[in-house]
Write a protein that binds this ligand. Sequence first.
Ligand SMILES: Nc1ncnc2c1ncn2[C@@H]1O[C@H](COP(=O)(O)OP(=O)(O)O)[C@@H](O)[C@H]1O
Ligand SMILES: [Mg+2]
Length: 304
Amino acid sequence: MTGLVISDLRLRIGQADILNGVSLGILGGEITGLAGESGSGKTMTGLVLCGLQPAGAVVTGRVEFTDSDRSIPNLLALQPREFNRLRGRRIAMVAQDPVASLHPMLTIGTQLTDHVRHHLRLSKQQATARAVELLERVQVPTPETALRRYPHQFSGGQLQRIAIAIAIACEPAVLIADEPTTALDVTVQAGILRLLRELRDDLGLAIILISHDLGVMSAIADTIAVMRYGTVIEQGSRQQVIQQPQTEYARELIAALPQVPPPGITTDAGGQPHPDAQPHPDAQPHPGVQPHPGNHPHSTRTGA
Ligand SMILES: Nc1ncnc2c1ncn2[C@@H]1O[C@H](COP(=O)(O)OP(=O)(O)O)[C@@H](O)[C@H]1O
Ligand SMILES: [Mg+2]
């Protein structure tokens, strides 16, 4: 079974202990939600799994990676060159801000085809075909036209899809998505979550979904891990963590959730609605799923 087993992962930058023993299991064909307040170490955990921690950081612990055809006992012991070969190909990350991760002066086509040509050693023609296929896969409309456009010509939701297309270009086993819906309108958000679910099911990806928003997690994650102060304080099935949280902190996070699930988001098959999830006359919209304040500058250009 593909996946990662993270044991006692620690990361120190200068005098600061950023990760204090993260232990976590991540399985292929599952979405593992990494929840927790801002600063709890979610992004840093994702970066370490890609070998992208800040220069000078001291990392200890063990990350066992099992791929379809081999197993690496400890990613943290790899030479930088070996990690470079793995990153993007077997383990890929979608950074928190898709706009920042794309070059503003290059077309989507150039960025996507350069990426697949570099990693998959394809001819220009093959790379274009692959780029079209990838945009279809992430449901960007009219892929051939999209390839000729620049990042500013897309909405936030479309850019997030394009960033996901780049991340899955080399058919990784593990996809880390860092707050993929945080900057998006609620309806667009639901579409991205549906896409992640499809990728999980169709490609058997192990997806690590990083979000500070337990509402997002409760809609989509198979497993939820709650982080606090650089450590995982609780991990279990979505149902376990949402319905029977073991820690006071998780209980508080869940108590702060709205009474209604975010609109447009349905729970997975088999997921029973939470008994408290009845619409409540006083229900406030979930703070995490408000339309982005001030509206995303591109949000009306090409739709979601
Ligand atoms: N480049 C860096 N150098 C030093 N400390 C950092 C750096 N990046 C993040 N941190 C610190 O690491 C901690 C965890 O950050 P992060 O993983 O980004 O949290 P989260 O994603 O859960 O909000 C925070 O206290 C943050 O200030
Ligand atoms: Mg973060």
